[in-house]
Design a protein. Structure first.
Length: 366
């Protein structure tokens, strides 16, 4: 449409020049207007074409008015019109291409932001939202236009907004990315988010102009961790109330679990037992090397003569007293290796278990 509008503009300038006493003067400069319009809209080719049209109309004006225009003046205007149309058209095309690239990148970035499951947002130094993604809109039931310019106190409960503002201020003060655990309202109640917040600083400036945040809902993980802790607590309570001693060791033979019955049986509190070698803590010295060799053999070959059997061995109390014990050992695969669990109790002089390990120390070991 702007290109078509230059036709009457050219005609009007031509008519104005006919009525002027000296068309080679200021009136001819008006041809720069339609030339500039065509160059901006159509690029360098259109600009040069418009320059040719303007020059031709200028020459026609001069011929009709029978005015004398020097060759230098005509060449000067030809160069001026050509440079104006060509350069302006070139720069206009370059700016359009650059603008198109910027728009395409912005659309790509917005598409990425809007299709992620994380909540992404940006706030200025006063806490006003400058940008939110589609996930933010979905979770908090607010449109992008409705959120821009608002603060956290406009969108969230006060106690939550106060926490957000405090975290944002810390990021602005320390000028470095910081990770926070934050609560946010959901339809089914508050959820826990892990938020990575970082400052945005323009090149050459020492103060952040905005804070950007990426928040991920970790409520399921938090609940799972709580359930796991509760399960471990229940398991520990069960072990601590068991009548039999329970000892668990890792592949290095170090104690990783030790219940109350084990404390009573061997005289060592859990705080001193966990982390120590089981053979040094509860076995007489003459059996320790054989136990360690049996453990090594099992880890290398998987062979064991005593796993999953009820056997009798000799234990050693903290005070040095030796006594027979009955135990069952099981091996369990865990991430990174094995755990060996043993339930045991001190026994009197009665049968029922395989006593060959008590009699034959060569067979002692896992």
């Amino acid at each position: 449409m702007p290109i078509l509008a230059t036709i009457p503009l050219f005609a009007g300038i031509f008519a104005l020049a006919l009525g002027a006493e000296h068309p080679e003067d200021a009136v001819s400069v008006l041809y720069a207007i339609p030339i500039a319009i065509l160059a901006i809209e159509g690029g360098p080719i259109a600009g040069l074409g418009a320059a040719a049209v303007g020059l031709a109309l200028f020459g026609l004006d001069v011929a009709i008015s029978d005015e004398h225009v020097s060759a230098l003046a005509f060449v000067t205007r030809a160069i001026g019109f050509g440079v104006l149309g060509g350069l302006l058209g070139h720069y206009a095309s370059s700016l359009r291409a650059a603008n198109s690239e910027v728009v395409a990148r912005e659309e790509l970035l917005l598409s990425i932001l809007d299709n992620t499951t994380a909540v992404i947002y940006m706030k200025d130094r006063k806490g006003r939202y400058m940008m939110i993604n589609h996930r933010f809109e979905e979770l908090y039931h607010v449109t992008r236009d409705g959120a821009i310019g608002k603060t956290a106190h406009d969108l969230f409960p006060q106690y939550m907004a106060d926490a957000y503002v405090a975290n944002d201020r810390r990021v602005l003060k320390e000028l470095q990315p910081i990770e926070f655990d934050e609560e946010a309202p959901q339809d089914d109640g508050p959820h826990t988010f892990i938020s990575i917040k970082f400052p945005l600083v323009r090149q050459g400036e020492r103060e952040a102009y905005a804070v950007c945040g990426i928040s991920t809902d970790i409520s399921s993980r938090v609940r799972a961790e709580k359930d796991l802790r509760d399960s471990k607590d229940r398991f520990r309570q069960i072990l601590d109330t068991a009548n039999e001693a329970f000892i668990s060791i890792n592949e290095a033979g170090e104690i990783v679990a030790w219940n109350r019955a084990a404390e009573e049986t061997f005289g060592w509190p859990a705080s001193k037992a966990v982390g120590h070698s089981v053979s040094e803590l509860i076995l007489p010295e003459r059996y320790r090397a054989m136990h360690e060799e049996g453990l090594r053999r099992y880890l290398e070959s998987g062979d064991s003569a005593i796993l999953n059997k009820r056997i009798e061995m000799v234990g050693r109390h903290r005070n040095g007293r030796e006594f027979p014990i009955e135990l069952t050992i099981t091996a369990v695969r865990v991430p990174g290796g094995h755990r060996f669990h043993a339930f045991l109790h001190e026994i009197g002089d009665h049968g029922g278990a395989d006593r060959s390990y008590l009699i034959d120390p060569e067979r002692t070991g896992v």
